[in-house]
Design a protein around this ligand. Structure first.
Ligand code: SF4
Ligand code: SF4
Length: 396
């Protein structure tokens, strides 16, 4: 399908299959209803247990209306405002991987019946699901998981079926979270590809509406069922301003130049021990990370010995067992495990999959119970080389 570059600005551009359109905030419900009528389970952000997480929704009333989040190292707070904003927050503790690369999947069941033994490895058929509110960093995270789990000779069939049945409605960020650094990773805050539809929530004066772009033929079909008008130049400029605000708010960044080489040169940097004195090896950072994909296998049997199941579950390189081979574990200390994680994310991931393994969502900073910050750790390792070379002075 032909792709038109619709609008350019210093902050990026709206690249859409056809001209962007606008629809009123009330018609978000029409979009949700149409998707549900077409058989999609619509999953979107909701407030649960004092955090914004993802769950099935039936109308826009289920969205976090008026809620905003404040995030920093090891800190997450929600505040309710009078303004009836629908998406004025950033990513929470959960990512969409829980619906595509599920935390726990039964991959096999075996039943003994007399002398017979039956094995069933069939998965229940994947249902159609529509993600509403996918941020730019999360689109990049899904693209990374696509490369890991669908690319190469070994395709994960469970992920593949779920992915095929997923429609994505992205939302451009109108504010940057306190721990976000997507701009420096080149992964946001503008949703540029990987979506079927993309929304920008615009609130100017007393006008509250969405600019909507199509990113696929499927998205165009869904959009055709909405009472949307062609966006004017001023609508497009208003949407650009929304995204520019998020870009300019972003307080953290990572300098990725030569990052892989720097990490490879610093396997014995004393900073790893410094991190080890703070890291609790709790694995929170890997569980909240939208790109981490490691799993383990667990077998269970019932007490009668007639039924067995094999489960695939998320695992983490922060556990001692993760690197266990016969004779013991390879990475026995928190420092070596953190070094492995950070060096993989920002270095060797590129050798393996052709991109960084981080999209700058900031979750690992917010949800690390001791507030370890990947941006600070990477800068400390980079700066230690400059100190050694005499380019900058040590802080000590
Ligand atoms: S490493 Fe941290 S900031 Fe990067 S994608 Fe994972 S959770 Fe987000
Ligand atoms: S870096 Fe933080 S979140 Fe990750 S394992 Fe260590 S203490 Fe837990």
């Amino acid at each position: 399908m032909k792709t038109d570059k619709v609008q350019s600005s210093s902050e990026g551009s709206f690249t859409s299959n056809g001209a962007p359109r606008v629809f009123t905030v009330e018609h978000l419900n029409t979009l949700i209803r149409n998707l549900r009528d077409q058989g999609y389970a619509v999953i979107g952000p909701v407030v649960q247990d004092a955090a914004i997480v993802y769950d099935e929704i039936s109308s826009s009333e289920d969205l976090p209306i008026g809620w905003i989040d404040t995030q920093s190292n090891a800190s997450y707070r929600l505040t309710k405002r009078a303004a009836k904003t629908l998406f004025n927050f950033t990513v929470g503790p959960q990512s969409w991987k829980k619906y595509l690369h599920k935390p726990s999947v039964r991959i096999l069941e075996a039943e003994k019946n007399g002398n017979e033994f039956a094995v069933n490895d069939a998965q229940p058929p994947a249902k159609k699901q529509a993600f509403l509110g996918v941020r730019a960093c999360e689109l990049h995270a899904i693209a990374i998981q696509d490369r890991v789990l669908l690319g190469g000779p070994y395709v994960d069939p469970i992920y593949a079926e779920l992915r095929t049945n997923t429609l994505i409605v992205a939302v451009n960020c109108e504010k940057a979270g306190g721990t976000c650094f997507c701009a420096s990773m080149g992964t946001g805050p503008r949703a540029e590809h990987g979506y079927d539809l993309a929304l920008t929530e615009i609130r100017e004066s007393d006008h509250h509406y969405f600019l909507i772009e199509t990113g696929s033929a499927l998205g165009a079909t869904v959009l055709a069922g909405l009472p949307a008008e062609v966006a004017s130049e001023s609508d497009i400029q208003a949407a650009n301003r929304v995204i520019a605000t998020a870009t300019h708010q972003m307080g953290r960044k990572v300098d990725m130049s030569e990052m892989k080489e720097i990490l490879y040169r610093n396997t014995e940097n004393p900073r790893w021990q410094d991190i080890a004195s703070r890291c609790m090896s709790c694995a929170n950072c890997t569980l909240v990370c939208p790109t981490c994909f490691c799993t383990t296998i667990e077998d269970t049997t019932d007490l009668r010995g007639t039924r067995a199941e094999r489960w695939r579950k998320w695992d983490s390189c922060f556990t001692m067992e993760f690197s266990y081979i016969h004779g013991g574990s390879i990475r026995t200390s928190p420092g070596t495990r953190y070094r492995q994680w950070l060096t993989h994310k920002f270095g060797s991931w590129g050798d393996q999959f052709g991109s960084a393994g981080c999209v700058g969502c900031g979750r690992c900073i917010t949800w690390c119970p001791v507030g370890i910050d990947v941006t600070e750790e990477l800068k400390a390792i980079r700066d230690s080389e400059l100190v050694e070379a005499g380019s900058i002075k040590s802080k000590e």
